[in-house]
Design a protein around this ligand. Structure first.
Ligand code: AMP
Ligand code: MN
Ligand code: MN
Ligand code: MN
Length: 282
């Protein structure tokens, strides 16, 4: 019998807010012993072809993925899509859905920059211009890095706390499509929907169960259970919820940057026994 897969189904490249190219990411993935990998950039499929080519040269099995921004009950949630079909035309409804999100990201980043300029008296407009010129998927992570580089924050965490989080001067509410719409778009494209990091949403246990119920009703197949850097009690809670709702379980690092060692590719706990892995469906 061959060894079981080490499946990392949640990673970012420089096509969204990661720092490595897809090729460099797949090299690192192979070096770390990951045998099944998905690139899941925020709201873009742009890195998938390069990642697939690089994965093949390293003997890593590759799944085409994406992490889609969505809204639920007034907050942002993330839905991982696995099995994105290759060579979708820009006019395909799934690609136009992502393009719409990217356009709203640009508008949001610029508004964040204006607020920082007005309320925190730092050159937010210029910083936002620079971020939007450099990335087709501008995120608050890019702006956090720019704030650190320009000396306005000591690290990424402080940049979020002082400037970008919900209670900070740069907060701008998100305007993503709702969960039901997002799931319908994924379903129609034949893409498997996985709810990303359910433990990170600041929800009561009742609200989290409502979210999981709506996710299942909309055709969601799986939830992430083992994620880089998570606490054991969160893992146990998510495993219980996956069993209760009949979800398959996914594993992933949410890797962005080699400088954050707690979510290197392949670095997360093993799935508890008795859960179906979403990887087994591919
Ligand atoms: P956005 O999608 O533009 O709201 O940016 C969110 C991205 O910023 C996430 O995908 C994370 O990579 C990162 N992020 C969000 N909150 C934090 C935080 N408190 N500390 C560090 N990174 C964060
Ligand atoms: Mn991110
Ligand atoms: Mn996420
Ligand atoms: Mn992610």
């Amino acid at each position: 019998m061959s060894a079981p897969d080490l499946a990392d189904l949640h990673m970012h490249s420089c096509h969204s807010d990661g720092v490595l190219t897809p090729a460099a990411l797949m090299e690192l993935v192979a070096a770390r012993g990951v045998t099944l990998a998905a690139l899941t950039d925020h709201d873009t499929t742009a890195g998938l072809d390069d990642a697939a080519t690089a994965a093949a040269t390293h003997g890593v099995r590759f799944l085409r993925g994406v992490e889609v921004s969505a809204g639920w009950n007034g907050q942002s949630i993330h839905v991982i899509g696995l099995g994105v079909p290759p060579a979708l035309a820009a006019s395909h409804p799934f690609e136009t859905h992502l393009a719409g999100i990217r356009a709203r990201r640009v508008a949001r980043l610029r508004e964040i920059g204006e607020r920082l300029q007005r309320k925190a008296r730092i050159p937010g407009v210029t910083l936002a211009d620079e971020v939007c010129a450099a990335s087709a998927v501008p995120t608050r992570m890019h702006l956090a890095r720019a704030l650190v580089a320009a000396g306005h924050a000591r690290d990424i965490g402080a940049a979020f706390d002082d400037f970008l989080s919900r209670r900070a001067p740069g907060h701008v509410p998100e305007s993503w499509d709702d969960l039901a719409t997002t799931l319908a778009v994924l379903r129609e494209a034949g893409i498997t929907a996985v709810l990303a990091h359910p433990h990170r949403y600041k929800l009561s246990s009742g609200a989290l169960r409502r979210l999981l119920g709506e996710f299942r009703d909309g055709g969601g197949a799986a939830i992430e259970v083992c994620i880089g850097g998570m606490a054991r009690h969160d893992l146990d809670r998510l495993a219980t919820l996956a069993r209760h709702f009949g979800f398959a379980a996914s594993t992933g690092s949410d890797f962005h940057d080699p400088a954050t060692p707690w979510n290197l590719p392949g670095r997360f706990d093993k799935l508890p026994a008795g859960l179906e892995t979403v990887a087994a469906r591919f």
